[in-house]
Design a protein around this ligand. Structure first.
Ligand SMILES: [Zn+2]
Length: 71
């Protein structure tokens, strides 16, 4: 299994359609062309990443978050 993000094979399956890449230190779920990426927080929870996905659901909140950070 190649990681769809970094194209390395340093990853393992952690569940049905769920993989963890040791290189990216990210989980990715789904199937080719429809991957969703998650970072794993310190408590083991998954935080979805939306990097590079135009018009993703919830993307409208990103400028608001960036504005909040810039203040
Ligand atoms: Zn990777």
């Amino acid at each position: 299994m190649r990681c769809p993000r970094c194209d390395k094979v340093e990853n393992g399956q952690v569940g049905n359609g769920q993989y963890y890449c040791w290189h990216c230190t990210l989980e990715f779920h789904g199937r080719p062309g429809q991957w969703r990426f998650y970072s794993v927080d310190l408590e083991g929870g998954l935080v979805e990443l939306n990097a590079g996905e135009p018009a993703a659901v919830g993307a409208t909140t990103v400028p608001e978050l960036e504005a909040a950070i810039a203040r």
